[in-house]
Design a binder for this molecule. Structure first.
Ligand SMILES: [Fe+2]
Ligand SMILES: [Fe+2]
Length: 340
């Protein structure tokens, strides 16, 4: 009975699996460097629950400062807390397109890390403003302003998500990852700035750890792009230029202030946003000043520019920061890919 059955005329070939599909299973490794980064990501994992939360005493802050800090984390969550879903979808896509195994694993590790970043938003808000971001009843004008602004912010987050879902299947890795790279550059810049600006030991610890993750994400993006960029066509280069502008417009909400061109916001939004950010700043969160934010953002853009121009990709004009380049007109939600 230990003999196998060999049919007369030979084995029947299994049907070809229509693609895209996650089957057949295989574990191809082409980029050893990515495999090494994935190993490193597993060793560097940290647990947000183990941060020194006891040090975050709501009684150490005024009500306005608590509201301001909750507001900042609610704004951050528009970006960082979309990370798990955005990268989970990118991970599935990478499986369906049979990207090499380390690419899929690195996407998964970013998903894992972003879940931790989301948890930091969640835990901070739960501690300082129970029910936040939106499930609470405001009772002062400042509180109503915060609640209303957060509602508008997430309206735009929802538009981004719809656009991303429509776009993610359409674009090659080169296009997706140039945008992701910009997001990671923005994120690592933001958290480096905040880590040096904050006066609070819990936030300092948190921002250092998140910043380290974001630098690794940037490394992943760069390694993937080094593989993908050499095959770019001019069409794709133009698309990337457009998406870099879209990335600037989208990410400015957390790095600096929202520019014209995408955000659907009521006319009072920006004024109230500034008031709330000032309260967060006074609470010692480490929010940089308007000018420091602009300098930081300009520096991050210059880094992205230097990287993409090496591959013949033109940089968009960012008049808001006095950066010259190619003019890009209206931004649609589908142009916006980047995430933290
Ligand atoms: Fe990230
Ligand atoms: Fe993140």
């Amino acid at each position: 009975m230990s003999d196998v059955v060999v049919p007369e005329g030979g084995f029947w070939p299994a049907p070809e699996i229509p693609q895209p599909n996650i089957y057949p299973m295989e574990w191809r490794v082409e980029t050893e460097k990515l495999a090494a980064i994935y190993e490193k990501s597993k060793r560097m994992v940290w647990n947000p629950a183990d941060l020194p939360w006891d040090l975050l005493d709501p009684g150490d802050f005024t009500a306005e400062q608590r509201l301001g800090i909750m507001y900042w984390f609610s704004v951050l969550a528009n970006f960082d807390a979309s990370g798990p879903a955005v990268f989970a979808r990118a991970t599935i896509q990478a499986f369906e397109k049979h990207e090499e195994d380390p690419v899929r694993k690195c996407f998964f590790s970013i998903t894992r890390d972003e879940m931790n970043h989301e948890e930091c938003c969640q835990r901070t808000i739960a501690r300082l403003w129970p029910g936040g971001p939106l499930d609470w009843q405001p009772s002062t004008d400042l509180e109503r302003a915060a609640h209303n602004n957060i509602g508008w912010l997430y309206h735009n987050g929802g538009r981004y998500w719809n656009g991303y879902n429509a776009a993610v299947g359409k674009y090659s890795l080169a296009v997706l990852f140039t945008s992701f790279m910009m997001g990671e550059m923005a994120a690592s810049t933001l958290f480096r700035g905040m880590a040096s600006g904050t006066e609070h030991p819990l936030f300092s610890d948190m921002f250092h750890k998140i910043g380290r993750d974001e630098s690794r994400h940037l490394q992943i993006c760069m390694t993937i792009l080094e593989n993908e960029w050499p095959g770019l066509t001019d069409d794709v280069r133009g698309l990337i230029t457009r998406q870099l502008r879209a990335g600037f417009v989208f990410l400015s909400m957390i790095l600096w202030e929202p520019p014209e061109g995408f955000w659907e916001l009521p006319p009072y939004f920006l004024h109230n946003h500034r008031v709330l950010m000032d309260h967060a700043r006074e609470g010692g969160l480490g929010v940089l000043s308007y000018e420091e934010q602009a300098d930081n953002w300009r520096l991050a853009m210059a880094r992205v520019r230097a990287i993409v121009e090496r591959w013949g990709i033109e940089f968009p004009a960012i008049p808001e920061l006095d950066i010259d380049g190619v003019n890009v007109d209206v931004i649609d939600p589908e142009d916006i890919i980047p995430v933290f």
